[in-house]
Ligand binder design. Structure first.
Ligand code: APR
Length: 229
């Protein structure tokens, strides 16, 4: 409660790691007009300035909430889960232990402790080693939707997502990106007043390329100029 009561500036003395990235240093992603595939959603100018694509370590982001790709126990693991627990310090695991786990597709919030982020929103993605069916698709969308809902319930206005389930849990990234972007687009269409920024935090160069190619389909630029007939 003490840490949550502090301003961003006052919390800096409690960061356990250096090199934090303030929200203002995370550029807004602007769609480049045009592109090969047809857009899947019409342009919504209310969503301009709301999306960022950030390539790097999510534990460095000094924003309201970072999302953790956790497991059902919520007691830590490898990948981004391990990185977040290492940077946050032991109190994170202590609070997680009090939450008694998390169902796949659900989201639970804790303090960020030694992280520059105020909160951590823990969500558990589907394990997709055996291939992706409707169950896995729905569970992955729930991770994104429930994480954004949890953020808005706690007045967190900037949220960063890692590429949930696409590492150890084996969800093909080129399929996961569509579930992630469609869910965020639909949530922002309905609740754009509740969030200032949704950041897709990619860690692998392949994911950066994938998001650069796919974002314009879900957050299209202005209408393609009408050809004067
Ligand atoms: N910052 C941002 N993204 C990261 C970081 C980091 N520091 N470290 C890894 N990633 C990326 C990975 O490159 C991958 O794209 O996070 C994405 C998710 O990969 P995992 O962390 O393996 O998560 P997931 O596939 O959802 O598997 C969850 O792994 O760590 C365990 O406890 C966790 O059992 C759970 C399982």
């Amino acid at each position: 409660d003490f840490l949550l009561s502090l301003s961003v500036k006052d919390r800096r003395q409690y960061h356990r790691t250096s090199g934090s990235v303030p929200l203002d240093d995370i550029p807004v992603w602007t769609p480049a007009a045009g592109g090969s595939e047809p857009n899947r959603y019409p342009r919504n100018e209310k969503l301009d300035q709301k999306i960022s694509l950030y390539s790097g370590d999510i534990t460095k982001l000094e924003i309201d909430a970072i999302v953790n790709a956790a497991n059902n126990s919520l007691l830590g693991g490898g990948g981004v889960d391990g990185a977040i627990h290492r940077a946050a310090g032991p109190l994170l695991k202590k609070e997680c232990a009090s939450l008694h786990g998390c169902e796949t597709g659900e989201a639970k919030i804790t303090c960020g402790y030694g992280l520059p982020a105020k909160y951590v929103i823990h969500t558990v993605g589907p394990i997709a080693q055996g291939g992706v069916g409707e169950t896995e698709r729905k569970a992955l969308r729930s991770c994104y939707k429930n994480s954004m809902e949890t953020a808005t319930e706690n007045a967190a206005r900037s949220v960063a997502f890692p590429c949930i389930s696409t590492g150890i849990y084996g969800y093909p990234p080129e399929q996961a990106v569509h579930e992630a972007l469609a869910t965020v687009r639909e949530f922002l269409d309905a609740h754009h007043d509740k969030l200032d920024r949704v950041i897709f935090c990619v860690f692998l160069p392949t994911d950066k390329e994938l998001y650069l190619q796919t974002l314009p389909l879900y957050f299209p630029a202005g209408d393609t100029p009408k050809s004067d007939s």
